[in-house]
Design a protein around this ligand. Structure first.
Ligand code: MTE
Ligand code: MO
Length: 382
């Protein structure tokens, strides 16, 4: 069993698949912490977790002017300044279950919690590329990453990002060896993973074995034939994966974490508190979250928080570098006589992108990019 050496996991996680291991935290606890504890951070593995010996680990670097080279873990930690970034990671399949409800799709049936937020530390990818001879004008459009996890045929996980993101001083791309002040957990890429803030989870390659500058995108299945969006009219007979770009930046997103679907609020309390998260890709900051208790007829503006309680001010990011989610909260009066509430949330980002109101027009055969208004139904008890 290639999965026999997978690490232990927290029993509270909601498991979508055991082998490979895929799980999300209970959505009600997602908004309890601004920084998601490592044990509760969602886990998305395509393959068995590789066992990597940190003492013999080498990171291979190819396609740069100084020729092929490699770095040990100790070199990665000592040769380059340690850079810290708080960034939210979201799987392209987050909220796929809502797409499935419209018409079934292929993929893990994620709820709203295939998204988490952590403080990552490591070397900047930019510094490592410059160390290998990168300078403006060097040929190459994409930076490819290869994981050390492999399937039975020896094929490794891989992905790539545009070189501009990789070398930008404002891109904040990390070769991370720490997650929330601890060494990277096995499930999250020990000893080194790429963290590409603002970019879909799939490009944040774990158990990083190789970096290559190239004219082409990664040839991996996950870059070429997966993690792409299509029209609702495209089916498995007509889909041409070459016709769509690989997902990089994700669209604006928000969801309700509390109250939970189907729960009961007491009429006598007269008001209800609603909580959730909001985030957008590409470093676009969430500037507003609107919440409705009546299915979207009337709206309340939620209060946004971009840090642990009491530390919000320190967390205000420079424009275009809002990598971390905002948690939001609103307390609103219960509408008189309502026996059931349809609670809805929608976020607006700094480009004034908004979420679509329904799922059907964004349905796609892989069930990715699911970001319609999130709706939760609760009962009001007399
Ligand atoms: N990297 C490797 N090597 N293997 C993988 O299976 N999964 C990707 C990405 N990096 C993956 C990987 C996907 S699809 C996502 S959403 C994120 O890792 C999940 O990161 P996490 O498990 O730390 O939450
Ligand atoms: Mo993912």
């Amino acid at each position: 069993d290639p999965y026999s050496s997978d690490p232990p996991r927290h029993p509270a996680l909601r498991v979508n698949s055991q082998k490979p291991f895929n799980a999300e935290p209970p959505s009600e606890i997602l908004s309890d912490n601004y920084i998601t504890p490592n044990a509760f951070f969602f886990k998305r593995n395509h393959l068995p977790v590789p066992k990597v010996d940190p003492d013999t680990y080498r990171l291979e670097i190819q396609g740069l002017p100084k020729g092929p080279m490699s770095l040990s873990l100790a070199e990665l930690k000592s040769k380059f300044p340690k850079h810290t970034v708080t960034a939210t990671l979201q799987c392209a399949g987050n909220r796929r279950s809502e797409i499935n409800q419209v018409k079934p799709v292929k993929g893990l049936n994620w709820g709203i919690a295939a998204i988490s937020n952590a403080t990552w530390a490591g070397a900047r990818l930019r510094d490592v590329l410059i160390h290998a001879g990168y300078e403006p004008g060097v040929k190459g459009k994409h930076v490819q990453f290869e994981g050390l996890d492999r399937d039975v045929t020896g094929t490794t996980y891989g992905a790539s990002i545009p070189v501009g993101k990789a070398v930008s001083e404002e891109g904040d791309v990390l070769l991370a060896y720490e997650m929330n002040g601890e060494e990277l957990p096995a499930d999250h890429g020990f000893p080194v993973r790429v963290v590409v803030p603002g970019t879909v989870g799939a490009r944040n390659v774990k158990w990083l074995g190789k970096i290559a500058l190239s004219e082409e995108e990664s040839s991996s299945h996950w870059q070429q034939n997966d993690y792409k969006g299509f029209s609702p009219s495209t089916d498995w007979d007509t889909v041409d994966f070459k016709s769509a770009p690989a997902i990089q930046e994700l669209p604006v997103q928000s969801a309700i974490t509390q109250p939970a679907e189907g729960s009961v609020v007491e009429r006598s309390q007269e008001e209800v508190t609603i909580k959730g998260y909001a985030w957008s890709g590409g470093g676009r900051e969430v500037v507003r979250v609107d919440v409705s208790l009546d299915g979207g007829r009337t709206w309340h503006v939620a209060e946004l928080r971009s840090g642990e309680k009491g530390q919000e001010a320190a967390a205000s990011p420079p424009p275009g570098r809002a990598w971390a989610w905002k948690l939001w909260e609103v307390t609103a009066p219960l509408p008189p006589a309502a026996q059931e509430l349809e609670i809805v949330c929608k976020a607006v980002d700094s480009s004034y992108n908004v979420q679509p109101d329904t799922v059907a027009p964004i349905w796609n055969l892989r069930g990715v990019l699911s970001n319609a208004w999130h709706r939760v139904r609760v009962k009001v008890s007399e």
